[in-house]
Design a protein around this ligand. Structure first.
Ligand code: DHB
Ligand code: FE
Length: 283
């Protein structure tokens, strides 16, 4: 059977992608960010996942205010890199895993979560920047990726509680897939940041640190935190952090298994207007 071996959490700051793509990753400002991922790149290479189930948010790129799915699973064979206004990033296209994605859609919808099935979607920095941080600049991404898009752009957005429960349903779905696959689940976005209004530039290190602690040790309690606390404490875009609870919900301890092992933890300010947080948990 397929099994979820680990979860990875990381911010997705678009300027990180631009720094890599334009050869600025060696500059001191960016070195301080990328060094937090040196271990992660080696770790990912050693882990050799067969599939990455990548929870991310679209930033009004593939979707718009015309159509706003709360949860959307990419079931296509491939996903093109989106043009976010200055041409697509020069990174590989994403190869999907239509069989596992269709199985997850079937199973999760039967577990009463309404997913939108997406057979065509260009993927923006929300998905490609985490891949770049974890993989560097390869000719091809190391394995197929199932993009799973969550609406955190236009309210109402899903609650932390629902995200954690969805992760549990995704775990059941993946672990009932009849093929021996090493699957990782990634939760992306965050940490504290606010991009507009009088509080633009807000960073809250104390909140972020506590969020990482609680995500590791007590995700059930963390999942009950209301949206207003994310927005107040972590800024308007800090709400992206609810997506981390989907990946966390898919870990073994939330299905009665042992607590995960913290393989890596990193936190750095600043990257653009964002605090960068990164965590690797192993089952
Ligand atoms: C920034 C961060 C984001 O999460 C995003 O989607 C866009 C911009 C930033 O810090 O610049
Ligand atoms: Fe974002």
């Amino acid at each position: 059977m397929a099994r979820i071996t680990a979860s990875v959490y990381t911010s997705h700051v678009p300027a990180i992608g631009a720094a890599l793509d334009t050869g600025k990753s060696g500059e001191p400002y960016w070195q301080a960010v990328f060094k937090g991922y040196d271990f992660s790149k080696l770790w990912l290479r050693a882990q050799k996942p067969d599939v990455i189930f990548l929870v991310f948010n679209d930033h009004a790129t593939a979707f718009s205010l015309d159509m706003i799915p709360t949860f959307a699973i990419g079931t296509a064979a491939g996903f093109a890199v989106a043009d976010e206004g200055w041409g697509p990033r020069p990174v590989p296209n994403v190869i999907g895993h239509p069989e596992l994605a269709a199985h997850v859609a079937q199973s999760v919808i039967q577990q009463d979560f309404d997913l939108t099935i997406v057979n065509r979607m260009d993927v923006d920095h929300g998905l490609t920047v985490p891949l770049s941080l974890m993989c560097g600049q390869p000719q091809a991404w190391p394995c197929p990726v199932i993009p799973f898009a969550v609406n955190v752009v236009q309210y109402p957005v899903p609650s932390g509680r629902r995200c954690l429960a969805l992760g549990q349903a995704i775990r059941k779905a993946i672990e009932s897939y009849d093929e021996d696959l090493n699957v990782q689940i990634w939760g992306t976005g965050g940490m504290s940041h606010q991009l507009q209004g009088p509080r633009a530039g807000l960073i809250n290190r104390a909140f972020d640190t506590a969020f990482l602690d609680r995500l590791i040790a007590d995700p059930q309690a963390l999942s009950l935190m209301p949206h207003i606390d994310y927005v107040r404490e972590a800024g308007s875009e800090g709400i992206e952090l609810v997506m981390w609870l989907i990946a966390r919900g898919a870990m073994a301890d939330l299905a009665g298994g042992p607590a995960p092992r913290v393989a890596h933890r990193f936190y750095h300010v600043p990257a653009s207007n964002t605090a960068v947080g990164h965590l690797i948990l192993e089952n």
